[in-house]
Design a protein around this ligand. Structure first.
Ligand code: ADP
Length: 548
């Protein structure tokens, strides 16, 4: 359930992170498209700006003034002078409405000479003038009647701009003003720098804009010279409506800093989310494993209680029966009395040892155990303990081997603890060696540490059980364990005893071949002391007591 919630929430989070990133990308592209449209509008305004006074012209007045064409008509003076100063236009022509400039030999038109500030008649004019005029006439022809404004601006691609001046009262064409456009100036001095100012230059702006003459497939200007134009790269096209018909702006979008930042933040968020999910799943697994462990501990404790009760009951019932038989005085035979007595003694001894063990466990659990440590020659100590047990071991069919390196250092330990540790390990070696009965103990030193190895050739411990054998109540499940008395407490007690004396215990076991338990104690670099030295220190109350 928890895991499903985590997966669901993660899915939602990932979805919203992607949606957020997508939105940033879309917004950024939309913004760039708006900038392109705005750019196109600004180009249009650039043409219209010097003509802002057009609508103020009184066309009836202008019609009268046009009778003296070589003078600059007063009504047009302002516009003509302003545009003649503008580098965007190279020539300004004034043409009467009835002038047939498209005729074969061309009628004369008036061209403005800014140095003398008047129009001069000329027959020597660019064909662009007649082209522009022809287009304007055709357009006005289709618009014809009903046109409400006093001027109409018409472009001949990027070449010329023709203004038809109209008397809106009489619906008559008053004259044509023709401006030749300076394309080089327009591209190099206006559009190109403006493109770079608006969209930036270089690869990190997130957009490349080309000013393209589509009729001849020629790139006139670009915001990033390093990116060659190709039609496949184009994501968006912006036209210049009503002017510069054969040019347009072509744009290729890439990741700009905002998108890159959003992508970086997306990656970062995904990482953090991934980390959080891993942690959460880890926590779930940990909780699951802990719960499992708690359950199995509870099971083992219940089993242990059942075992203990059973184990306590068995000697108790023997003692009860023997005691009952003796107390009612019916048994008189000396040998039987002796046998009952020995039963009572043995079973009481068993009871005592079991209660001692249980008390040990309880004491370690409450962690208020006193220890009495002193420097001992652990190798000697082990050999003595083994010697005391040698007869018993041999009577059980064991061969015993003891090996000891010379000049071993002393270790600081509680001798009762040391006895319990060794007895437990030897007892296990006996219990779990049904066939090959061989016990070998070896003591040696390495790196200022003293090692005691207890090795048997018994049944060994399966690999996956080795890490649990020091847990309380854990017993490997096999036929031999089932037959062997035990509660899974011995090794847990051994581990506690070893660690409270500053050592550690390791196990190396191969199922079917045997086990080695290795005790490792810090030797603090102390070499084995001579007898006198040892004696002196003992006198100085070398023994210390700790409460753990
Ligand atoms: P137990 O009272 O069952 O012996 P221990 O804590 O001493 O409890 O040991 C835990 C388990 O580890 C045992 O039940 C046994 O399965 C396994 N074990 C311990 N020592 C040996 C050994 N020398 N050889 C094989 N198995 C062992």
């Amino acid at each position: 359930m928890g895991l499903t919630t985590v997966i669901g929430l993660t899915g939602m989070n990932v979805y919203s992170l992607y949606a957020l990133h997508d939105n940033t990308v879309k917004n950024s592209i939309e913004k760039q498209k708006r900038q392109l449209l705005e750019f196109s509008n600004q180009v249009r305004s650039r043409f219209r700006y010097p003509l802002s006074d057009l609508r103020k012209i009184d066309m009836t007045n202008l019609q009268k003034q046009l009778d003296i064409p070589d003078h600059i008509p007063e009504e047009l003076a302002e516009i003509i002078r302003k545009t003649s100063e503008d580098s965007l236009f190279s020539q300004i022509y004034l043409t009467p409405p009835d002038c047939r400039v498209c005729d074969r030999y061309g009628a004369p038109v008036w061209v403005y000479n800014k140095y003398i500030d008047r129009f001069e008649e000329t027959k020597n004019y660019s064909p662009l003038v007649s082209d522009g005029l022809a287009i304007a006439r055709t357009r006005m022809g289709t618009l014809a009647n009903g046109y409400r404004w006093n001027a109409r601006i018409i472009f001949d691609a990027h070449n010329s701009m023709t203004i038809t001046l109209i008397n809106s009262n009489s619906q008559e064409v008053v004259a044509y003003l023709n401006f030749l456009i300076n394309s080089d100036y327009l591209v190099d001095n206006y559009m190109s720098p403006k493109l770079i100012k608006t969209f930036g230059s270089g690869s990190d702006t997130g957009i490349v804009v080309w000013l393209h003459n589509w009729t001849i497939n020629d790139v006139l200007a670009s915001t990033d010279e390093s990116v060659a134009y190709s039609y496949q790269k184009v994501d968006f096209i912006q036209n210049f409506p009503d002017l510069l018909n054969d040019w347009n702006l072509k744009a290729a979008f890439s990741a700009n800093p905002a998108i890159a930042a959003s992508r970086a933040s997306l990656t970062r968020n995904l990482f953090v989310l991934g980390g959080a999910v891993v942690l959460l799943i880890g926590a779930f697994i940990f909780m699951f494993l802990t719960a499992q462990r708690e359950r199995s501990l509870a099971q083992r404790q219940a089993l242990f209680l059942a075992n203990v009760t059973h184990e306590l009951k068995t000697p108790l019932s023997v003692i009860l029966a023997a005691g009952e038989n003796l107390s009612d005085g019916r048994v008189r035979d000396r040998n039987r009395i002796k046998s009952y007595g020995s039963h009572i003694y043995k079973e009481s001894e068993r009871l005592r040892s079991m209660i001692d063990r249980l008390l040990d466990v309880a004491r370690f659990d409450t962690e208020t155990v006193r220890i009495h440590q002193k420097w001992i020659d652990a190798a000697d100590f082990t050999r003595n303990l083994l010697d005391n047990k040698r007869n018993f071991l041999e009577s059980m069919g064991f061969t015993v081997h003891f090996d000891m390196e010379a000049e071993l250092p002393e270790i600081r330990i509680d001798t009762d603890d040391m006895t319990s540790i060794l007895e437990n390990l030897i007892e296990n070696a006996i219990n779990y060696s049904p066939d090959e009965k061989h016990l070998a103990i070896r003591t040696y030193q390495n790196n200022q540490k003293l090692y005691i190895e207890i090795k048997d050739h018994g049944i060994g411990i399966p690999r996956n059980s080795q890490k649990y054998i020091f847990d309380k109540f854990y017993r490997v499940e096999n036929a031999l364990t089932a037959q062997t008395r035990g509660h899974g407490l011995g090794l847990s007690i051994v581990k506690d005893l070893v660690s409270r004396n500053g050592g550690e215990i390791l196990v190396d076991s191969t199922p079917g071949k045997g086990s080695v338990f290795i005790l490792v104690f810090p030797a603090h670099g102390q070499q084995k002391k001579s007898v006198t030295e040892h004696h002196e220190e003992t006198n100085k109350s070398k023994e210390t007591e700790h409460v753990l």
